[in-house]
Ligand binder design. Structure first.
Ligand code: UDP
Length: 381
């Protein structure tokens, strides 16, 4: 039996490992540099309060791919959870994503869906024909007031650059609705694992042909030991940043504890630029099926990822993409190596997309000759 090496035990690596192991053709060794599995989805029960903590920030599972939903449900019980975010703005507290309630309350009106559509079309900037930037996308489809109150400050804090320098795709993650649906996500399936994400990943990895080496970073010299390596760390890190660093945003979480209900909701966003954090998450609300007297909240601050910081969000600015294409050239020259997941392919991907890509990649690898195994789990550019 041939052996495959995988760097990283997040969903990208874990799902791929399981699918390859299930085929009975391969043994898999996973190298995990942290002392825990599950990557940035890692959850752990807080010793003090008993609350399940999403250690690297809130993760709400949602997908419209039925195979992905069925897949994760094979490895754990998902409880119903609807993400209903509230946003604090200079004009008060509103429901997010922008929906009919937000629009009516923000403008002090009582419009029906058709009226609201007409109203928003009228305040949107119709002179913008092809909105390429975050700012143009917002001005065209929401107008100046909503953009400034809900998006400008938050985005400036989250990304550290002017929204006109960011791609429109970031704003396109959020819907705008002309009804009273205040669910943050539009996916068909949604939920949070009853016992946390780490328990799910643990089950995925629980297979006789998979072994996990915790606390051991993968180094390129290991590659020769394996038929093939799938690397889910940052692409530039694999090449020791020899061409420079692609920019990421990192997060800092500031914990504060309380009793009872601290903020009445799982997530509250702070859209003003003057407030230094972007959002506060109260983690017991991510498990409404549990009861806890005590509570834990985290203020979330965004910063540029520097050496030693955990990378979270790929920035994908023009200079980053120029570097990315050079790193992709290096990657293409490497034998027996593929890059997978959010960091490996330098894309702003959600959990469900990563899982879907690993399922697809495993299928491709199991049906194709090794010479034609994909270099990337999805197109980085
Ligand atoms: N965003 C914003 N205001 C908000 C929420 C989101 O301006 O109150 C923008 C911001 O640029 C953010 C992007 O929309 O990066 C995508 O938001 P999402 O909630 O999808 O981000 P995530 O939960 O992945 O951090």
């Amino acid at each position: 039996m041939e052996t495959i090496g995988i760097a990283g035990s997040g969903f990208a690596g874990a799902v791929l490992a399981r699918e390859l192991a299930e085929s009975k053709k391969y043994k898999v060794i996973i190298f995990e540099q942290r002392d825990h599995i599950a990557g940035n989805c890692h959850t752990e029960r807080d010793a003090k309060t008993g609350v399940m903590i999403h250690k690297y920030g809130p993760h709400i599972f949602n997908t419209s791919r039925e195979d992905v939903w069925n897949y994760v449900n094979r490895y754990g019980t998902f409880m119903p959870f609807m993400n209903r975010v509230k946003a604090v703005t200079a004009k008060g507290m509103f429901s997010l994503p922008i929906n009919l309630m937000t629009i009516n309350q923000f403008f002090g009106k009582a419009m029906n869906p058709e009226e609201a559509k007409g109203f928003i079309a009228q305040i949107g900037d119709s002179s913008i024909t092809t909105p390429d930037s975050f700012e143009d996308q917002a001005l065209k489809f929401l107008g100046k007031d909503l953009y400034q109150n809900f998006f400008y400050g938050y985005t400036r804090k989250q990304w550290g650059v002017e929204p006109r320098e960011l791609p429109a795709s970031i704003l396109q993650r959020l819907p705008i609705r002309f009804n009273y649906d205040d669910n943050y996500f539009t996916s068909t399936f949604q939920g949070i694992p009853r016992d946390g994400y780490t328990a799910i990943v643990e089950k995925i990895l629980d297979h006789p042909a998979i072994s996990v080496q915790l606390g051991e970073p993968f180094v390129p010299e290991y590659k020769k030991e394996f038929k093939h390596v799938f690397y889910s760390g940052p692409m530039d890190a694999y090449f020791q940043y020899r061409l420079g660093r692609m920019n990421y945003r990192s997060l800092v979480f500031e914990r504060f504890d309380g009793k009872g209900d601290m903020q009445g909701n799982a997530v509250i966003n702070y859209c003003d630029q003057e407030v230094p954090y972007t959002r506060i998450s109260e983690h017991k609300h991510f498990a409404p099926w549990e009861t806890h007297e005590e509570s834990v909240s985290f203020r979330e601050y965004s910063k540029l990822a520097e050496e030693g910081d955990t990378p979270y969000y790929p920035m994908r600015m023009d200079k980053d993409k120029a570097l990315l294409s050079q790193y992709m050239e290096l990657a293409n020259k490497e034998d027996n190596l593929s890059f997978i997941g959010r960091l490996g392919t330098y894309r702003y991907l959600d959990m469900h997309v990563v899982i879907g890509e690993s399922l697809d990649l495993a299928k491709a690898c199991l049906s194709e000759d090794h010479m034609s195994w994909p270099k990337f789990s999805g197109k980085p550019m």
